[in-house]
Design a binder for this molecule. Sequence first.
Ligand code: NAI
Length: 707
Amino acid sequence: MALNLDSIGRPIGPIVKDYTWKDAALYALGVGAGFDELDYVYEKRLKVLPSFSIGAVFEFLMAVATDSGANLGGILHGEQDIVFHAPIPPEGRLTTTGAITHIFDKGADKGALVIAQADTFHHSGAKLFTNIFTLFCRKDGGFGGEKGPGEEVAFPDRDPDFVEEDRPSADQPLLYRLSGDVFALHVDPEFARASGFERPIMHGLCTHGFACRAVIKHLIPGAPERLTRFRVRFSKTLYPGVGIRTLIWKEGEGRALFKVLNTETEEVVIDHGVAEWITAEQVLARRAHGAIHMRGKVAVVTGAGAGLGRAYAVELARRGAKVVVNDLGGGADGSGPGAENPADQVVAEIREAGGEAVACHDSVATPEGGEAIIDAAMDAFGRVDILINNAGILRDRTLLKMTDEDWTKVLAVHLDGAYNVTRPAFRHMRAQGYGRIVLTTSAAGLHGNFGQSNYSAAKLALVGFMNTLKLEGKKYDIKVNTVAPIAATRLTEGILPPDLEGKLLPEHVVPLVLYLAAEQCPHSGGIYNAGMGFFSRSAVVTGPGAAVGDGQSPPTPEDVAARMSAIRSLAKAKEHGDLNAALLPVLEAFDPDSAKGEGEAGLSVADVFEQMPGAFKADAAAGVDVVFQFDISGSGGGTWHVLVSDQTCEVKAGPHQSPTTTIAMADEDFIALMEGRLNAMRAYTSGKLKIGGDLMKSQLVEKLFSR
Ligand code: NAI
């Protein structure tokens, strides 16, 4: 399999991982912490060991390996560089996104380097760390690509300043793997032997954690939050129970070099180590900075004279944004403008609190009004980074009582209004390569509400508006999201039960909208419900559906009626990122190769072996002589062997006397693999796919048989 150069720059993630103090403590125990470093394991004073960050990105690393198309028999985790932006909180949700950034060719005999980078954010919005991975792909060199830079680390020609002796226990990998890296090589003696080792080996990243503890202990004792960089090169494998020695050279205040030796062989197991750190004062300064702030940002909030808009504007200004407070004034039904404009009061309130704001009284309902609102931002502050489309009115009537004016006025403010203001804002955001746009929908639009057909239509149309803008803005870092708020305001007077009114404060919606408006927000195209401090996401999803008929002549209504339960089913429903993604299942429904026509199509293990001779690619098998034995466990399983001998293929039930390679899996996993739902590399690393005998030959399966 050749390296896939198209994978460079293709986004990977978001990968989401929830963790608690127990995960952080378990990780610390896995890398040798104990009573001497109680902070790493005791919840009452927990400090998360910075190298814990690697657990959050393990899946990312797997995705890099598979997306790059590297020959998995030749992959080694070559280097790992982590830059820490903020201390890791003791619990929370981590979201990681990134991409492969480079693929370098070291030469046919030397291999290739796949380099990937990922940023991880805490749910509070703080950016915690950036990981830079280097995968060394021993078997993929010689494709004619660039050689890439070779950063070297020169150790000083003197004794190290600090030496830390340690001894991972003979069972260390068993504890470490509970933090997520469950690759069979570190637990399964048989698997380890088949891979060419005497017994299971230490995880390189476990030794990495030992080294991280040693570096902190000697350079910044008791203050892991001061570590800002930790880089290593993995150079040799290590068996559990063998002693290690970490040698540390301090290069000056804030930087040190280190390596880790195997004390039995004196071999270097971790090389080229670089650690960097900052002072305690710098940590405090960073902490203030890490919170979601809006300094340097210019925000426009429409309909900000009252209700939700006012609350957004006040908080944006409190966090440092310069705000255009737009409001026409007037009645809840759009009558107006009123004599006193509420925008002026909100501006006064912001200024009194030390913030910066200007008022703008134009209506969102006309294109000229929209231009004028954005011009107000440009004139006063020179840019626009955030736009919150919030202005709204209501003219509730059932359909037959509704006047044309009720319909057009409501659409003019909500739908045309969003278009009128977003268009000029988008122009500036695109030019500056940055923007955050929040649209305001409503539960009435998402789900329906009696007497609000005009409002519901306008509100759901905004979701469609967002769905396309998220695509058009992607290249320019313009993120577009939609909020469905619920709060007691003028618009909900008489609608909400009175006892709820005091609880449904606009201020409870603010945190979500501020997050969506923040630089830290990596998400785009989401619909978020917010009210009373409860937040959730709504989405448009599509069920697996059913192919009715043969795909040639149209089916009859009776055929459709007979399949309605499958057509209506939302089991395993999926969200599609765009129109093309939504079209794919339709195109695949009658494609004989995709075998996905029916959501419920039941491929059996026996079917797979029956169909195998038909899937054999004789051309790819010239000179190949190999016997694969498949041991499939579970009720649908059994044993089969496949004899491939110079362009011929024979499949037989039962075991073979001397198979070249054995492949063991559970029946469900095997079917998932065959249907493309389970990735071979992930199955292998998670232990779902066990390979015995000649490991390298197992890769021929993919080459010799089409799916
Ligand atoms: P609100 O009536 O307190 O605030 C809306 C503001 O928009 C008013 O100050 C009004 O003067 C202004 N406005 C109206 N037409 C305008 C125009 N043409 N140009 C500029 N400003 C204009 O109402 P609330 O509840 O704060 O509503 C804010 C947004 O949230 C609206 O889009 C509303 O549809 C939406 N929403 C509110 C819900 C709630 O529970 N309050 C529920 C779902 C959605």
